[in-house]
Design a binder for this molecule. Sequence first.
Ligand code: SAH
Ligand code: HMK
Length: 364
Amino acid sequence: MGLSSMKGSEESEAYDAQIHLYKHVYNFVSSMALKSAMELGIADAIHSHGKAMTLSELSSALKLHPSKLGVLHRFMRLLTHNGFFTKTSTQKEGAEEEIAYALTPPSMLLVRSKPTCLAPIVKGALHASSLDMWHSSKKWLTEDSKELTLYESATGESFWDFLNKTTESDTLTMFQDAMAADSAMFDLALQECKHVFQGLSSLVDVGGGTGGVARLIHQAFPHLKCTVLDQPQVVANLPSSENLNFVGGDMFKSIPSADAVLLKWVLHDWNDELSLKILKNCKEAIRGKGKEGKVIIIDIVIDETGDDSKLTELKLDYDLVMLTMFNGKEREKKEWEKLIYHAGFSSYKITPICGFKSLIELYP
Ligand code: SAH
Ligand code: HMK
């Protein structure tokens, strides 16, 4: 049947399908406009202005070329539609009414002077090094390379090797800044889940990066002895202090002993086989504490029936990011359970935190 012979509801179905497809084709424009807003510092400008800004105030604060006023207007129109700004109208004495742009909760997260700033995530996740590989996905899916990630197939090296090359130290810093930025959100979550850390006398944050999370835990529990284990080149220049110690090492080889082990945003970087290895080493690390020891995982749990569709989309997006960059994965409850029991733990408890992550406690 040709399109011309469709009637009524069939037509509107085809129109909806068309809109659906176009919408997904151009999803990247919204991502990139957000990146532009982050790079320009639009949220910072409005925040330091202290109140809503008109287009011309914004344009001069951002030092845009005067000829770009109309361009800025169109970027702001999309970003406002997407919930990053709101429009209010200002009336200056004797002047005509003018539209002014104010911050919203999502754009508050782009303000660099705030501890909860997520600008480094926008910068890192939308950097060319994370996007270019997607042009090679067909080659990757049709070639015989079971262990190669899309990133490796496209560039010839693993993402970890790319980050650790000295000439690419900018990207390593970018990655670490992104991880540290995400960790600041954890401060809010820590208020909700203080009980998880209560009563512990030592904790190792495995793959703890530059120590953002460990520092927050240390502040909340000054008597808790915190150790951050990460790759030697990551912790090399970080000063250890009384109860906050940095150790360079390899979580696949061994993990220092403690009452508890924390794994935040670590297991999603690895496939089941390697995650199992990490979990077994964690179990070994808490052995001295007997049944009282625990492993605390902070990661995504996919729950397509329980979560709303937008949240599931974010989690499934993350799954493909982990797959293509690291051969990692986001897991459903069933997959977590299998991994946890397989590693020899006897029970576990999942608590949703931080909006899209969960805290999973494992007991030996
Ligand atoms: N837990 C931190 C960082 C997560 S990113 C946070 O949530 O902010 C994953 C971390 O694992 C990186 O810092 C990376 O350097 C570290 N990592 C990768 N391979 C490792 C290994 N073999 N041993 C220890 N850490 C490793
Ligand atoms: C992909 O890698 C990870 C992220 C995102 C990502 C790995 C994680 C947690 C988050 O954040 O999209 O365990 C960044 C990403 C940050 C980056 C990056 C890629 O900086 C450079 O490349």
